[in-house]
Write a protein that binds this ligand. Sequence first.
Ligand code: PLP
Ligand SMILES: N[C@@H](CCOP(=O)(O)O)C(=O)O
Length: 463
Amino acid sequence: MRYVSTRGEAPELGFEDVLLTGLARDGGLYVPAVWPELSSRAITQLQGRSYEDVAFAVMHPFIGGAIPDDELKRMIGQAYASFGHPAVAPLKQLDDNQFLLELFHGPTLAFKDVAMQLLARLMDWALARRRTRATIVGATSGDTGGAAIEAFKSSHHAAVFMMHPHGRVSEVQRRQMTTVESPSVHNIAIEGNFDDCQAIVKALFNDHAFRDRVGLAGVNSINWARIMAQTVYYVTAALSLGAPGRAVSFCVPTGNFGDIFAGFVAKRMGLPVDRLVIATNVNDILDRTLKTGRYEQRGVKASTSPSMDIQISSNFERLLFLAYGRDPNAVRHLMAGLAQSGSFTIGDRELAQIRHEFGSGATDEAETALTIRQTLAETGELLDPHTAVGYAVARKAEASASPMVTLATAHPAKFPDAVEKACGIRPGLPPRLSGLLTAKERFTVLPNDVGRVRDFILSQQQA
Ligand SMILES: Cc1ncc(COP(=O)(O)O)c(C=O)c1O
Ligand SMILES: N[C@@H](CCOP(=O)(O)O)C(=O)O
């Protein structure tokens, strides 16, 4: 499989290079040059198979011959062995037509574990094979950071520098990052929001001298392998609900647009997906974009679903590339507009195409809390605020014959204050995390300044 940049000015790469490269050298994001096909026959053959078997079948075409089959199977097996549910991503029925896809059974209780547990193994394997080291720099609004640190904390080949917005993640999320004791883990609290952190990551990738000097790598959804691994659970969910004979819709709590883009990839491959519904919190840029055609940044508002407090959705660039017929000139033009004025307008034809594939909806804070309360009363299920945003939108989405699956992206125990305030119940952490709230924290506060972050990374590497 070959991969191309959305901005068309970086070299085409194979899977292993894409895995270790992160952002393309032209500032774009890598996407496969063609979509592998998941035929009806192939989907039928996956019925009744384990998560690990489906993962191998779905991901193999993206990896091609880059990793021997037995090695890939071993890494998939190890990645999901630590999950607290044998199905890895179990499906739960809430109502006649409403389902939850529980993606929080991994070690850090959020959907990020699903891809990150595998990504760390793939990257370590590739780095060991090349006898080289990587410096991972990431940005998190709360969950990517914890998942990455957990997955890479024992890596012999990578150091992790993770930036989170200072004071804007939940205490559990922060502590899952800052209490991990490992010489190769460095936490940076940026005096800014998630968009600032992500902008610093991209600026460091675009500093080619720095990038080459430290062997920069990415574990955000910039990295194609993250999207690839997230595609798998759309397939397992659809299989459970009757694919290939029955189409399924998905409603996805959305921030950086990586998770729902993975669903779009599954659809492009041939999975019978009916609607893909983008659910946003008060940071509703994507909902507004779908309704008006104008992608327009406004200030990030802090919410009870902090992981979705994002205004610049990195992966939307991948969708634009596809909507514009894989035209990198169009993407460069739109991204230049975003950099200059904080906005761009999508062409009528392209907007119609996007609307054909995606629906959208937004919820405010009151509706999120109400959804937590009502869902508990009606079904006994305790939702985290991100999942509640998704479920609120799923229930409002236009009626469709297909089952609607909301992605349950985090465990409520990661957001005990918000959940307790909404419904009076304070969810407790699992026993294995009982020491989290008293463990010693380590992090460095830095201003929202790429130069200061660069200097910090270099100083830690020399130390
Ligand atoms: C719990 C949770 N839900 C939803 C999202 C949004 O996912 P994405 O950024 O892939 O759109 C995130 C952050 O990524 C998250 O941590
Ligand atoms: N919500 C995310 C933000 C980063 O998203 P990613 O999918 O690009 O890693 C988080 O929790 O950190």
